[in-house]
Design a binder for this molecule. Structure first.
Ligand SMILES: NC(=O)C1=CN([C@@H]2O[C@H](COP(=O)(O)OP(=O)(O)OC[C@H]3O[C@@H](n4cnc5c(N)ncnc54)[C@H](OP(=O)(O)O)[C@@H]3O)[C@@H](O)[C@H]2O)C=CC1
Ligand SMILES: O=C(O)C1=N[C@H](C(=O)O)C[C@H](O)C1
Length: 233
């Protein structure tokens, strides 16, 4: 597979290493605004860049007919625009807030737990995510997906950052050290608490999942998620 990497930071460099090891070819490493990347050489593009650059990179790829895997978080205010563009161009787009197999199983577990808790009155849900100090966005994309999974399967109308006023499922964001990513969903009652936790030990699961998604996406048309890739629908 000939891969164009948009974003050559922590994730981009790891993707380069793992892709090369498995016999793929990296045909471009784009690490800043670039209006003329070698799109004609790419079978697929993978974007792990910045919240403010993700949409432009995706748009460039879709307009050139290059399938694009998007891992950048914090740009979803433009997701519907990207979906529309994917439809207009007949292209292929796959966004995931988290590509690791473990987190995608955790998403399914979280939804199932939220459904079970509908028969258990007296519990309130709370979400906590911890990441490294370099992370630009909060709450994490993964925490937002988890919160949406609860909202869709419970009476909670919406989520909110813990410090924001008003009602809604609170998400606490902690930034410390070099933590790769830890997510905890807690259901508390006056007498007990149920916690489910996912802890990433490093970034390898994210990168391997993104490479798997990229090979799955080549030759397809439409908008997809990891639920499609992993058959978790
Ligand atoms: N979905 C998932 O599974 C995962 C998602 N992520 C998300 O991926 C994103 C990247 O994470 P990470 O690699 O840790 O971040 P880094 O900050 O290490 O890397 C981002 C890179 O993008 C570069 N960049 C800046 N502008 C552009 C541009 N216009 N086009 C392409 N690249 C650009 C930055 O350069 P410079 O520093 O010079 O600005 C930087 O090198 C984040 O949004 C993060 O939340 C991370 C891990 C897993
Ligand atoms: O920025 C990160 O590092 C991560 N970002 C993603 C997110 O926002 O959920 C995925 C993972 O948790 C690592």
């Amino acid at each position: 597979m000939k891969i164009g990497l948009f974003g050559y930071g922590k994730m981009g460099q790891l993707l380069d290493k793992l892709a090369t090891e498995q016999g793929d070819e990296i045909v471009a490493r784009i690490d800043g605004p670039d209006s003329d990347p070698p799109l004609d050489q790419m079978d697929v593009a993978i974007d792990f860049s910045l919240p403010e650059s993700a949409f432009d990179n995706i748009s460039l790829c879709l307009k050139a007919g290059v399938p694009v895997v998007s891992g950048t978080t914090g740009w979803l205010d433009r997701y519907e625009e990207a979906v529309a563009l994917c439809g207009e161009t007949g292209g292929a787009l796959l966004y995931a807030s988290n590509f690791s197999l473990g987190v995608n199983l955790f998403f399914a577990l979280n939804e199932q737990l939220a459904r079970l808790m509908q028969n258990a009155p007296g519990y309130a849900v709370h979400l906590e995510e911890t990441h490294h100090i370099h992370k630009l966005d909060a709450p994490s994309g993964t925490a937002i997906t988890l919160a949406e999974g609860v909202v869709e399967n419970s009476d909670y109308p919406a989520w909110k950052p813990e410090e924001a006023p008003g009602l809604g499922l609170p998400i606490r964001s902690i930034r410390e050290g070099e933590v790769p990513g830890t997510h905890v969903v807690s259901w508390s009652s006056p007498v007990d608490r149920i916690d489910i936790t996912h802890t990433a030990h490093n970034r390898e699961g994210f990168a391997r999942g993104a490479l798997f998604a990229a090979s799955w996406l080549v030759g397809k048309q439409g908008v997809f998620s990891m639920k499609d890739v992993l058959n978790l629908r």
